[in-house]
Design a protein around this ligand. Structure first.
Ligand code: 2GW
Ligand code: MN
Length: 297
């Protein structure tokens, strides 16, 4: 973990984060080698972002899939906590993709916020449930979602918000540093290594390991991302192979080829399974506990 070279610091501002206060967090990496900010608690002013998003009257989409038993297990807490912490004061449209329309819980929504429920098929294998999100998101982004939202965040459902997750996270292409892997050397990262896979990265490739539980960006950027991942998954399937971490492997390949313009520190998607770390000041989203025996069969 290093610090940002002083010479490129002036580059690190965008309309949402304003000037990044790198000096506030000298112990962590606050920019990438290609000049994208990595936002950590204390490096940005949330009011700058809020004002900018209001000025532009933005609508932010939040997509989540709740298929099968994941619906009653996770969806309500996800949505209730999102109402408290996700883009408060902005226009928000939730897209809940599910195979069980009638089971979606009623959640009271704040002003300027609405929820749309979209039917999806239930895949037989859980790996397919996860990977099927890419083509489904692509289609939605090309339709109503893409028309009504300016920026979209695509999240796993097995997590809940615990702190402000506001417009400071917005940018053209946003990636999430994986809580388990952000301190690891690159050659150890769990990328797909089989060269036959569309998701393959060699030992000398890869910048960071990104978590597929959170990604976002503009509609145009996400159309490209979801097309890339859906196509890669399909190519692998035709060859009778499947990437190590499914859609996440393809996402990591995409972000290697198309550098994200903003990275979220692990504070934005943390897990309490990791013991205390001094650099984690303010977790904003926490992984919900998994009960594999209950849901993975
Ligand atoms: C998934 C695994 C085992 C059993 C069920 C499911 C399942 C997932 C399901 O029954 N219903 C469902 O709606 N899902 C959706 O897929 C849901 O939105 C969930 O958050 C998402 C990914 O599955 P999840 O959260 O169990 O996988 P993780 O937490 O191990 O996720 C990482 O790796 C995945 C690929 O293996 C994805 O890339 C995911 O984005 C990563 O966070
Ligand atoms: Mn998950």
């Amino acid at each position: 973990i290093g610090t940002c070279p002083t010479a490129i610091m002036p580059l690190l501002r965008d309309n949402f984060t304003g000037v990044l206060h790198h000096w506030a967090r000298p112990e962590v990496l606050t920019c990438t080698s290609w000049g994208a900010p990595i936002i950590w608690d204390g490096t940005f002013d949330p009011h700058v972002a809020q004002k900018e998003a209001r000025r532009r009257n933005l609508t932010i989409g939040l997509t989540v899939f709740a298929v099968g038993r994941y619906l009653e297990k996770y969806l309500e807490h996800f949505l209730v906590s999102a109402e408290q912490h996700f883009m408060v004061g902005q226009n928000v449209v939730y897209y809940v993709f599910t195979d069980r329309l009638e089971a979606v819980p009623y959640v009271a929504l704040g002003q300027g916020r609405l929820l749309r429920v979209k039917p999806v098929q239930r895949e037989r294998r859980w790996q397919d449930v996860s990977m099927a999100r890419m083509p489904t998101l692509h289609e939605a982004l090309g339709g109503q979602l893409g028309q009504e939202a300016d920026f979209v965040f695509c999240l796993d459902v097995d997590q809940y918000f615990t702190g402000n997750f506001g417009p400071e996270v917005l940018a053209d292409l946003v990636a999430q540093l994986h809580a388990w892997h952000y301190r690891w050397p690159r050659w150890l990262l769990p990328y797909e290594r089989d060269k036959r896979s569309a998701a393959a990265l060699s030992l000398s490739e890869g910048d960071f390991y990104y978590h597929a539980a959170v990604f976002g960006g503009s509609v145009a950027a996400l159309l490209k991302l979801t097309a890339h991942c859906a196509t890669g998954q399909q190519l692998d399937r035709k060859r009778g192979i499947e990437a190590l971490w499914h859609d996440e492997s393809h996402l990591n390949k995409f972000f290697w080829l198309n550098k994200p313009t903003k990275l979220l520190s692990p504070e934005f998607c943390w897990t309490e399974e990791i013991s205390w770390r001094r650099e984690i000041h303010h977790p904003r989203l926490l992984w919900a506990p998994k009960e594999y025996t209950l849901v993975r069969n």
